[in-house]
Design a protein around this ligand. Structure first.
Ligand code: NAD
Ligand code: WQD
Length: 341
């Protein structure tokens, strides 16, 4: 019988792409989301892409214990993937308590509910941000978590610790912490993709909105960094590769106990200028951009050593930077207003 995976925050950018890959791999998928940063339409499109039905769709806040208990009593869940969380770095500085409440409370409520229903497998969406300021690139999983520069980052830092403590106390628990680097791109169908509300914080959605004419110009934040071309370098990863990493983590979690941490990145950094010029070249268009001052909190470089995921999970990225730029634009072009008509 196929295993059933519960995706908390599964209607969002990474969750919806993961739902596609899990369904394609033969897993059953149940989604809980309060649509605070997404909408149900993404889930209908997941079903359209795969030609398969989700086993359940629930509109609920993961902090709502009763609502979660209803889901667990209606489905025999084998593993949970906790995507649900607020993720805008700048906003987290303005609204720290909202971020701590939502991100930490939702995960605590989930762990408690899992315990009550004897569900012992959890995969958590962590972030490269936990390497903080003091570690040197490329980051490896055994490095100590570093000092974060914003409340969003601290929620990931704290939740990793909370999950490690929970696994130490409960020897039946299996925890996989996935540290994502910079996910970009979209499903090649152009049916699902990243749909930020308001002004995008992240580079690729901003570039796409400049290309489609919704924003006037891109400002590249700083060109005086100690990098080859002076702009920051990041480990951009295609969201479909990232989603497939979750399938590998699901395959793996049923045979382990305790905590395993994996970087999900390509291991190859690209600069902001390289992203801009590649986007222009593969999509045959010109972007309006200027160089501006540095953005507070940005590191010069962040990229993974991704050897562990290859060795232990048998996962490696397959898509190129060209694929990432082409698929981001394909999604934006076909859905200039995201999921809204
Ligand atoms: P997203 O905002 O598209 O998805 C998160 C989903 O969680 C949304 O659908 C939102 O409506 C839902 N949600 C938030 N709080 C909820 C709650 N209390 N109850 C129910 N649903 C709730 O973001 P994403 O890019 O898909 O990110 C998924 C996870 O990965 C997040 O935890 C994020 O912090 C983490 N992450 C993202 C990135 C990135 O760059 N996108 C990088 C590292 C880690
Ligand atoms: C990428 C590069 C910017 C916008 C963030 C979070 C991190 C993780 C991924 C969740 C940087 C430059 C950007 C613009 C620019 N998320 N840039 N002009 O900051 O690497 O990571 O998202 O966990 O925790 O911090 O991603 O996409 O914001 O920026 O020049 O308008 O693009 O300076 O070098 P970042 P990003």
């Amino acid at each position: 019988m196929s295993k059933k995976i519960l995706l908390l925050g599964g209607a969002g950018y990474i969750g919806s792409h993961t739902a596609v890959e899990l369904l394609n791999a033969g897993y059953e998928v149940v989604v809980v989301d309060n649509y605070s940063n997404s909408c149900e339409e993404s889930l209908h499109r997941v079903e359209k892409i795969t030609g398969k039905k989700l086993a359940g769709i629930y509109e609920a806040n993961v902090c709502d214990k009763e609502a979660l208990e209803k889901v667990f009593s209606e489905h025999k869940i084998d593993a949970c993937i906790q995507f649900a969380g607020l993720k805008a770095v700048g906003e987290s500085v303005q609204k720290p308590i909202e971020y701590y409440r939502n991100n930490i409370d939702s995960t605590l409520t989930l762990i408690e509910t899992m315990k009550k229903f004897n569900v012992n497998n959890i995969i958590f969406s962590s972030s490269a941000t936990v390497y903080g300021e003091e570690n040197k690139v490329p980051y490896t999983e055994e490095m100590h978590r570093g000092r974060c520069t914003n409340p969003y980052g601290w929620t990931k830092f704290m939740l990793e610790q909370i999950l490690q403590d929970a696994a130490f106390a409960n020897k039946d628990l299996a925890v996989v912490l996935l540290r994502y680097f910079n996910p970009i791109g979209a499903h090649e169908s152009g049916l699902i993709g990243e749909d930020p509300q308001g002004i995008p914080n992240n580079l690729m959605p901003y570039i796409s909105q400049v290309a489609v004419g919704k924003r006037e110009k891109l400002t590249i934040f700083g060109n005086d960094y100690p990098t080859p071309d002076g702009t920051c370098r990041r480990d951009y990863i295609h969201v479909v590769d990232l989603a497939k990493g979750h399938v590998k983590a699901c395959d793996y979690i049923f045979g382990m106990k305790g905590v395993e941490i994996f970087n999900l990145g390509t291991g190859t950094p690209y600069s902001v200028t390289e992203i801009v010029t590649t986007f222009e070249r593969v999509n045959n268009l010109k972007l309006n951009y200027v160089y501006g001052p540095r953005r507070a909190g940005d590191l010069a470089e962040s990229y993974a050593n991704s050897d562990k995921a290859l060795k232990v999970l048998g996962w490696k990225t397959e898509k190129t930077l060209e694929d990432m730029c082409r698929d981001s634009w394909n999604w934006q072009k076909k859905n200039p207003n995201g999921y809204r008509k």
